[in-house]
Design a protein around this ligand. Structure first.
Ligand SMILES: *Cc1c(COP(=O)(O)O)cnc(C)c1O
Length: 383
């Protein structure tokens, strides 16, 4: 037999499409509409010009300088860009977001996009003989990894208002003893739990089971759970440069957790690929962290555009979920999600719809620039 039996269990993730038949406005993959900071571009150019030989050498396998810069950025911003105060180049976390300890480089792990990071997290912390708990509707890569590693899942339906059913998640978690994962704010709903709500969950959950919070969208208006690392040794927080740090093309994701759990994931990494981050991405990532003020401004612009677009949708008779992210999940009575998606695509704009039962009448719209959203509004007016 040419192909292993293992292959039968695979059910790969389907990313937002990237068709090339015409130039589309791409609002289907939750990318940031703003480019990386000019300082990042400059640093990358300089690195290649000055050290071309470094492209022929292995990069730092431990990405130590990058881990220092990430830790520094988190300490400066309080872990949430949208809520941080920026004046010129100086940044200060909102008083309530201040991290009550110093994040250090041994609390950071980085990988080739948070998708890879999540894959290692699944390998490291979930077991093939215990069900882990996740929301029924959440990031659709989680079930893919569950299939890949043969880990049984326990998918808990959302409440009627689309929020997480934390009570039910906790009671199932205590039955299964296999850990919990969810995105906060959640995707594709855009709704988040407050840090206090997550704290209450952690207080009720077993300290012996892993508790993973995916904060891919936290910078656009959620609350980060990084401060909770002071209280809970079973907490793992996953973040990415792909959304708020305008870096989806660089493939940079990271974990913030205690050094012991960071070491565990590092062991997985070193058993798969010793060098997940290339030299150029490490340079770009470091420089991005040093220019957090720029990304704060971008996140705030996105949030403003989002709230304006939300109001537009409601005015147009859509049911839209108020979002704390860089996307909006919305539906319109009398339209199937796919129908809205197709009509909008005819106008040269890509948005996302899911065929998943329960959410198939929704579309997920990434928040672009005000100009892009103006074009989308025109397209929606024609529906
Ligand atoms: C986009 C996204 C990721 C993946 O990000 P990458 O770093 O680009 O791999 C992870 N989790 C959630 C919830 C996301 O939306």
């Amino acid at each position: 037999m040419l192909i292993s039996e293992r292959m039968n269990g695979l059910n790969p993730y389907v990313p937002g499409e990237q068709p090339k038949d015409r130039p589309y406005i791409k609002l289907n993959a939750n990318e940031n509409p703003y480019p990386p900071s000019k300082k990042v571009i400059k640093a990358v150019n300089k690195f290649i010009k000055k050290n071309p030989e470094k492209l022929g050498l292995y990069p730092d396998p431990d990405s130590i300088e990058l881990h220092e810069e990430i830790a520094d950025m988190l300490n400066k911003t309080g872990g949430c860009l949208c809520r941080a105060k920026v004046s010129g180049k100086s940044i200060e976390p909102a008083a309530e977001d201040k991290i009550p300890f110093t994040v250090t480089k041994d609390m950071i792990y980085t990988g080739n996009g948070s998708d890879e990071v999540l894959s290692f997290v699944f390998y490291a912390f979930f077991s093939s003989n215990k069900k882990f708990v996740m929301p029924e509707h959440t990031y659709s890569f989680y079930p893919v990894y569950a299939g890949f590693y043969n880990i049984p899942m326990d998918r808990i339906p959302l409440k009627k208002d689309w929020t997480l059913d934390t009570e039910s998640m906790l009671s199932h978690a205590s039955e299964n003893a296999g850990g919990i994962i969810f995105a906060n704010p959640n995707a594709p709903t855009g709704l988040g739990l407050t840090r206090n709500q997550v704290r209450e969950m952690l207080q009720k959950a077993s300290k012996d089971e892993i508790f993973i919070v995916d904060e891919a969208y936290c910078d656009f208006g959620g609350e980060s759970c990084i401060p909770l690392l002071a209280e809970f040794s079973n907490l793992v927080i996953v973040r990415t440069f792909s959304k708020s740090l305008c870096g989806a093309g660089m493939r940079l994701g990271f974990i913030v957790s205690n050094p012991e759990l960071i070491n565990t994931v590092t062991t997985v990494k070193n058993s798969v690929n010793h060098f997940p981050l290339d030299a150029v991405s490490q340079v770009a990532g470091k420089e991005a962290c040093r220019d957090a003020a720029y990304y704060c401004d971008c996140a705030k612009k996105v949030a403003e555009t989002r709230d304006d677009f939300y109001n537009f949708l409601v005015q147009k008779g859509f049911y839209a979920i108020p979002s704390q992210t860089n996307f909006i999940f919305a539906k319109k009575e009398g339209f199937a999600g796919e129908q809205i998606y197709r009509k909008i695509k005819e106008e040269g704009i890509l948005i996302r719809h899911f065929k998943t039962p329960g959410i198939d009448d929704f579309v997920r719209i990434t928040v672009g620039t005000p100009e892009q959203m103006a074009k989308l509004k025109e397209a929606i007016n024609k529906l």
